[in-house]
Design a protein around this ligand. Structure first.
Ligand SMILES: Nc1ncnc2c1ncn2[C@@H]1O[C@H](COP(=O)(O)OP(=O)(O)OP(=O)(O)O)[C@@H](O)[C@H]1O
Ligand SMILES: [Mg+2]
Length: 151
């Protein structure tokens, strides 16, 4: 069971990759994966590994902020980076929230902590992943899973 709340150490790049593989196998749509952690913590690396696990290939170029859209055999996948976003209001007119209109969506958000924790749709599974660099390849990963229908 990769999808468990808690905080633990991933000692190497290989260990982190293995965790993402196990986690991706358990990820049910609709899910939003909310990544946080400082520059270089590994947020984009984690998303790349997830995308590869779900067999994603890019179908569209950026529309707002940094948004990449991918197709898979199981439906679309969106990847967004909120680094430059300062508040919820910045996103209102951008079409960002339309990503969550799909009822079987899968969305990855880097710098998710730019927004308050409670803005994400409660009808979706929300997987918060916080990454902290503890050595060149070592990472502390803190996982908070919120099931659909919970606050
Ligand atoms: N255990 C690990 N997990 C993830 N990435 C690792 C790990 N060990 C080393 N790395 C390397 O650390 C780098 C992390 O860069 P990445 O672009 O993923 O960071 P980021 O958190 O997305 O930063 P930014 O906020 O600038 O977008 C990558 O080159 C990755 O290969
Ligand atoms: Mg990044």
């Amino acid at each position: 069971m990769a999808l468990q709340n808690g905080s633990f150490e991933l000692a190497s790049l290989v260990a982190a990759h293995a965790w993402v593989k196990a986690c991706a196998a358990e990820l049910k749509r609709p899910s939003v994966v909310l990544l946080s952690g400082p520059l270089g913590a590994g947020k984009t690396q984690f998303v790349r590994w997830f995308l590869s696990e779900v067999g994603a290939s890019e179908v569209a170029s950026p529309t707002f902020a940094i948004h990449h859209e991918y197709g898979t055999a199981y439906g679309g996948v969106d990847h967004v980076d909120l680094y430059r976003v300062e508040s919820d209001g910045d996103l209102e007119a951008s079409g960002f929230w339309d990503l969550f209109a799909a009822d079987q969506g899968l969305v990855f958000v880097e710098w998710a902590d730019r927004l308050p924790e409670d803005v994400w749709p409660q009808s979706w599974q929300r997987l918060f992943l916080n990454l902290e660099k503890i050595s060149e390849q070592g990472r502390r990963l803190t996982v908070t899973l919120k099931k659909p229908g919970t606050k």
